[in-house]
Design a binder for this molecule. Structure first.
Ligand code: MN
Ligand code: MN
Length: 321
């Protein structure tokens, strides 16, 4: 069936007749969308919308994540042939998923950007769908969390990162990827006691009550321990998962703005994301993929895998819990 379909399927991003199903289009050709899902602004009946936010104006160091959504979509073209490995279910067959395209914004009107993104996500949530967002630098998670907290109240968050993003030199008007979580906690969007940061290996003076699992603890105690700990922390409450790709070691994800050694190996991240099945995931994102620094393409590949695992976790939360 797959080979026969490969002879006729092309440009499924536009030609797909359904929002479900595996895709056998040649990985190397055709129009790219995330996992070859149909590009659509029609959210009727849609369970999950994939959306890109090509914004990198908030970085402290190397830019380039504005090219992240496009690179992650392209990397994902190798993935939709098969059910996701390691999962007993297949969200591509069982959920209506569309690629909702990117957020449109004026790159020169940065102060207007946060509200535009909050409105973008809120519109999707109001239609009854969840979101998996492809970044973009990590600032984008703050406007997204505003939309989610408006729907669900203060959220539990699982935050993979080398950095806490809790820097405190912030007056709440700055647009900075290093302070977004500080603002999210101070503004009551996130309940830090029910949240956890994983992969941390930079200094933070005040974690504001967040639970923290350092990268070294993952290495020494193992990903199974880290996952069990994270599951206990978030419990059954609505949980958002944000994955800064620099949680991974630069050996696995060199294409990012602020790389730090000693990070997670890709197998550890894969095992942890799979073993989080059962959390009440309401949405997620993968951010900080910077293709200009991604000399091997490995970072975009990792980003595509993380986003696919988020879809699996979302599917599990909707159907198996
Ligand atoms: Mn980071
Ligand atoms: Mn970050």
């Amino acid at each position: 069936m797959a080979l026969e379909d490969a002879k006729s399927q092309v440009d499924l991003a536009f030609t797909a007749r359904s929002n479900r199903g595996l895709a056998f289009e040649n990985a190397f050709g055709g129009a790219t969308s995330f996992l070859r899902r149909r590009y659509s602004k029609d959210l009727a009946g849609v369970d999950l919308a994939i959306t890109g936010v090509p914004f990198d104006q908030a970085v402290t160091h190397r830019p380039g994540t504005r090219f992240g959504p496009r690179a992650i979509r392209e990397a994902s073209s190798l993935q939709p042939y098969d059910p996701p490995h390691g999962w007993p279910t297949n969200p591509l067959e069982e959920l209506d998923i569309v690629d909702y395209g990117d957020l449109a914004f004026d790159y020169a009107m940065t102060p207007a950007f946060p509200q535009m993104l909050t409105d973008h996500i809120a519109g999707i949530l109001a239609a009854g769908a969840g979101t998996v967002t492809l970044g973009g630098d990590h600032f984008i998670t703050l406007p997204i969390l505003r939309a989610y907290a408006a729907k669900y109240g203060p959220l539990g968050v699982i935050h993979f990162d080398a950095h806490s993003d809790l820097w405190v030199d912030d007056d709440f008007t700055r647009i900075d990827h290093g302070t977004f979580m500080y603002k999210a906690v101070k503004q009551g969007l996130v309940d830090p006691a029910r949240s956890v940061q994983i992969g941390i290996r930079t200094t933070t003076e005040d974690y504001l009550g967040f639970n923290v699992i350092t990268a070294r603890e993952v290495h020494e105690k193992g990903p199974a321990w880290a996952t069990a700990t994270a599951r206990d922390i978030v419990g059954d409450r609505p949980t958002y998962l944000t994955f800064d790709i620099d949680a991974l070691d630069p050996a696995f994800a060199p294409g990012t703005g602020t790389p730090v050694w000693g990070g997670l190996h890709s197998w550890q991240a894969a095992a942890m994301l799979r073993d989080l099945a059962g959390i009440n995931l309401v949405g997620g994102d993968v951010v900080e993929v910077s293709p200009p620094y991604d000399t091997t393409g490995a970072t975009a590949i990792a980003g595509a895998h993380v986003a696919y695992e988020l879809i699996c976790l979302y599917h599990w939360a909707r159907t198996q819990r």
